[in-house]
Design a protein around this ligand. Structure first.
Ligand SMILES: [Zn+2]
Length: 580
């Protein structure tokens, strides 16, 4: 049986392999992974309703791996199959790693990250998961001890959704930390919290003009309270001195290495400006990128976009840094009630989210980039935001039909009206979504949307059934990017405490096969790399993730245990970049 399976894998591979696989000889192997539970994902994709296809390694006992070993030569996979056959590729310099039954998956991709945000978070005050203002202030006081007086203390991560009924203000913070300007960005970047020293340093008073689409709260004394929402947060962001290039470089490497340690072989970065791009380009030129970066250029940086429109998207998709996408922002977040809705917020009559004007969406420039061959990725959360974003894409497709082939993406696609769900599939728009967001937002999302609209929210299954391509990601540092959390959210629709029982709107759950593909093969499609990666097969990039838990088996037997998984090894381009 095992031999037969190996033959099947080999036959399948023979069909799609050109080049390195066939001509290689035994001594060529640089790395051989043996004794593993390898899921190649080279079987047929499940049906839109999740049905397992007949060629999948699945039978009446459930899932089982479809290979035991992977042979790597340089940056490519040479062979996939059984242990004995793999050892035939052993040469004098081959490194053999006995994985002792660990699970091997195609290299994981987080297809919507913010590397600089993650790196900064690792370098700054981290308020992710902090429940109260008092706890947050205590952490800031701690940080202040090691920062010279007068220097800014920056942090982020307080949850503007969870804290919406009791927003923090400057009072406690100013009293506890009087000698440093303090700016704490929120989890999703739609709330900002500052002390008096920061307001003074930024020159913010009650007379300050707040950007369109933003809010500056005032205290009872008529002076700024220290709390800013949506575009208002820019007032604080712009006041913080820009980090030096050295700091940025340090922070991005912190972010990249953290992602490598967490099993990711590639990330798609959702919104890079000129400075960020130049740091990444410098790291690539010095061969210092530990994992692959698929860069999305921020539409807000017009100079950068115009420069790239001139030269066109990267064609060297093999390089560690690839640039062919423009990231645009259409609305804000649901938690802070800034997402654009077709009708009023259920918990705030009269409010339909931020207005489009002034939100930094330059439609003409976006269209120009699309016509120059760029993929566009539009941040859209609310049902009006999603409809408008699809309308914009459709308008450009009509003007320039060739642009329709560029696999445009809507980032988040969080609340979609039933009438718009099928448009994703019809127009070939990728829904780029975060399984953890559903779990984090479930406590308040229904209050914002009411019982009807919630059915089109975080609607992975509905979108798939309507023929949409999906790709899964974390949108870190706003959400925990742990793959185990991501898979568990996608498979169970339960949070880390395995609540609610049976899952939140469980009809939207993904199967294990779909969830894993959301972070591998489907991400490869979203970045035009489905011929290079996304499955484990000869001739593909040697991008591989090794973990101690088998999500396929656990999804059926005890899905909660997926949360306890750990990454054992991350291999990028044939190099072991992380080893536990
Ligand atoms: Zn994002």
């Amino acid at each position: 049986m095992k031999l037969l399976k190996t033959l099947v894998v080999l036959l399948l591979l023979a069909g799609c392999t050109e080049g390195p696989g066939k001509a290689a000889t035994a001594e060529d192997a640089s790395l051989i992974l043996t004794d593993a539970r390898v899921y190649t994902l080279s079987w047929s994709e499940p049906g839109f309703d999740g049905t397992v296809m007949p060629d999948a390694p699945h039978d009446e006992h459930g899932w089982h791996p479809d290979a035991e070993a992977v042979v790597i030569k340089g940056g490519d996979i040479l062979f996939v199959g059984g242990n004995d056959d793999a050892m035939a590729f052993k040469g004098d310099t081959s490194r053999i790693i006995d994985l002792k039954g660990a699970t091997v998956l195609p290299g994981l991709v987080d297809s919507h990250t913010h590397l600089f945000g993650l790196g900064a978070l690792l370098d700054q005050v981290n308020l992710v998961g902090v429940a109260t203002e008092e706890e947050a202030v205590a952490l800031i006081v701690e940080q202040a001890k090691s920062v010279p007086k007068g220097e800014w203390i920056v942090g982020r991560g307080w949850d503007e959704g969870a804290w919406a009924n009791a927003y923090p203000d400057k009072a406690l913070l100013s009293a506890a930390v009087p000698d440093h300007p303090v700016f704490m960005d929120s989890l999703h970047g739609f709330g900002g919290w500052a002390n008096q020293a920061a307001l003074d340093a930024a020159g913010i008073t009650a007379e300050t003009i707040v950007p369109v689409g933003g809010e500056m709260r005032l205290g009872d004394d008529g002076r700024p309270s220290g709390l800013f929402l949506n575009q208002g947060v820019e007032l604080l962001r712009q006041a913080v001195p820009a980090p030096s290039r050295e700091t940025l470089t340090k922070q991005i490497l912190l972010g990249l290495n953290q992602m490598a340690a967490d099993g990711y072989t590639a990330v798609h970065d959702a919104g890079l400006d000129s400075t960020a791009m130049s740091v990444l380009e410098e790291l690539e030129a010095a061969d210092k990128l530990p994992i692959r970066v698929y860069a999305m250029l921020s539409l807000r940086d017009e100079d950068l976009i115009r420069k790239w429109i001139e030269k066109g998207p990267d064609t060297d998709t093999d390089s560690m840094l690839t640039t062919g996408t423009v990231k645009a922002y259409y609305d804000a977040a649901l938690g802070s009630r800034g997402a654009r809705l077709l009708y009023d917020y259920s918990d705030q009559p009269g409010n339909r989210g931020i207005s489009v004007d002034g939100y930094g969406f330059n439609e003409a420039l976006a269209a120009k980039a699309m016509k120059a061959g760029f993929q566009i990725a539009i941040h859209a959360i609310g049902d009006a935001g999603n409809r408008d974003a699809i309308d914009i894409l459709e308008r450009v497709f009509k003007e320039a039909p060739s642009t329709a082939a560029n696999r445009h993406r809507i980032e988040h696609a969080q609340v979609v009206s039933p009438e718009d769900i099928s448009r994703f599939g019809k127009l070939g728009i990728i829904a780029s979504m975060e399984p953890p967001h559903a779990m984090e937002d479930k406590t308040w999302a229904e209050q914002r949307l009411g019982p009807e609209r919630i059915l089109g929210a975080y609607a992975w299954r509905s979108l798939r059934e309507a023929g949409a391509h999906l790709t899964f990601n974390s949108d870190n540092p706003g959400s925990d990017h742990s793959i185990f959390y991501g898979l568990h959210s996608a498979i169970t629709r339960q949070d880390k405490n395995q609540q609610p029982e049976g899952g939140w709107y469980p009809e939207q759950r993904m199967t294990a096969d779909e969830a894993v593909r959301g972070y591998t093969q489907w991400s490869a499609y979203a970045s035009f790399r489905e011929d290079k990666t996304g499955i484990i097969a000869a001739g593909r990039w040697a991008d591989i993730t090794v973990m101690d838990k088998d999500p396929f088996v656990l999804a059926d037997e005890s899905p909660g245990d997926i949360l306890n998984g750990q990454i054992i090894m991350t291999i990028v381009n044939g190099k072991v970049v992380y080893e536990r």
